[in-house]
Design a protein around this ligand. Structure first.
Ligand code: 13P
Length: 332
């Protein structure tokens, strides 16, 4: 695929009122999401969990893309169609998480480093054959007071993001680069903003060193929030002001677009923060389009209703569509 094709795929995620569903939980995380709700965690229940969302009628009104876990590329919905085919038939781009999760950067550290570069070219070729048109790689950046993150962990994580981005573009698939600054912790919003600035400025310097074409990448970012355990509730305007400022200061205008993760915010928080961010970005003349790429904020309400029971599927899908409509309206 030519670079201008990647850029036009990247642009298509930002159709008015549309965004991305992140449904790429690893087996470990999917098992966790089900078991906390008392739902069985077999491969079949995990397939039904995906189908709850992918099989909901009308999602194409709100979704331009869905990020899948690699196993789901080969799974089928109750309609008998492979998930990537059924999404693509409704005009929703199927993509795949290509990192292989995290491990501690050293035996005595709580900082995490993302794995998955070694066999990446082979896996990318396989995912492409299975219908994936874009990809995601998540790096995790943990804040602990003034101690963490270390510059070394940020640097190693963004170096891997850059190598991944180059490989994904070479394979003809748009990379979504996700340096997630975790919401967990007692830090202030100002500290989150400074860490985001460090991570983003390092990321774009290293992408430049690796000659990654920014017109064919998406940035997936957290919002600037006071840590979840800080006891401080930010107002939507505070979140929007700091988030938009840190993005304007550190994200080059050529980047195809910016998408947000929900990170453990409630669905309502993730919705009203997005609304405030979009409004602020517009008034500040931000050069890139913005949208959502949520997992938990889109799925949690539906999962709570579903409980793994077929008779709850219609009500759970209704809750999912209601949340999609709210998040979509936040983009206007
Ligand atoms: P959350 O919206 O639940 O943070 O998930 C988004 C995501 O893709 C994490 O990698």
């Amino acid at each position: 695929m030519q670079m201008h094709d990647l850029a036009s795929v990247a642009e298509s995620f930002f159709a008015p009122g549309k965004g991305i569903l992140a449904a790429d939980e690893s087996v470990h995380t999917a098992v966790e999401r089900l078991s906390v709700r008392g739902i069985a965690t077999s491969a079949e229940m995990r397939r039904q969990y995906r189908d709850l969302f992918f099989g909901a009628e009308g999602i194409e009104r709100y979704l331009s893309g869905v990020i899948l876990f690699s196993d789901s590329l080969q799974d089928k919905g109750d309609d008998g169609k492979l998930f990537p085919d059924s999404l693509a038939a409704r005009g929703i781009l199927p993509g795949v998480k290509v990192d292989l999760g995290t491990e501690p950067i050293s035996a005595s550290s709580t900082e995490l480093i993302t794995q998955g570069l070694l066999d990446l070219p082979e896996r990318l070729a396989e995912y492409k054959k299975q219908g994936s048109v874009f990809t995601k790689w998540r790096a995790v950046i943990r804040i602990d007071g003034d101690l963490l993150p270390t510059a070394g962990a940020i640097h190693e994580n963004v170096k891997r993001l850059a190598i991944y981005a180059k490989e994904a573009q070479n394979a003809g698939m748009v990379p979504i680069l996700e340096p997630e600054v975790l919401y967990e912790g007692r830090h202030s919003r100002q500290r989150a903003r400074r860490v985001m600035a460090d991570a983003l400025s390092t990321l774009f310097a290293v992408l430049d060193e690796h000659a990654v074409d920014l017109t064919g990448v998406l940035l997936k970012t957290a919002m600037a929030l006071s840590g979840h355990e800080s006891g401080k509730a930010d107002t939507p305007d505070e979140v929007a002001e700091d988030t938009v400022a840190v993005l304007l200061e550190n994200v080059p205008a050529q980047v195809a677009g910016v998408v947000f993760l929900s990170g453990g915010q409630t669905p309502d928080q993730a919705t009203c923060h997005l609304e405030a961010i979009v409004r602020r970005a517009r008034s500040a003349g931000a050069p890139w389009p913005l949208t959502f790429s949520y997992a938990r904020a889109l799925q949690d309400e539906a999962l709570d209703i579903w409980k793994g029971k077929p008779e709850n599927v219609p009500a759970a899908r209704e809750a999912f569509l209601r949340r999609l409509a709210l998040v979509s309206a936040a983009l206007k």
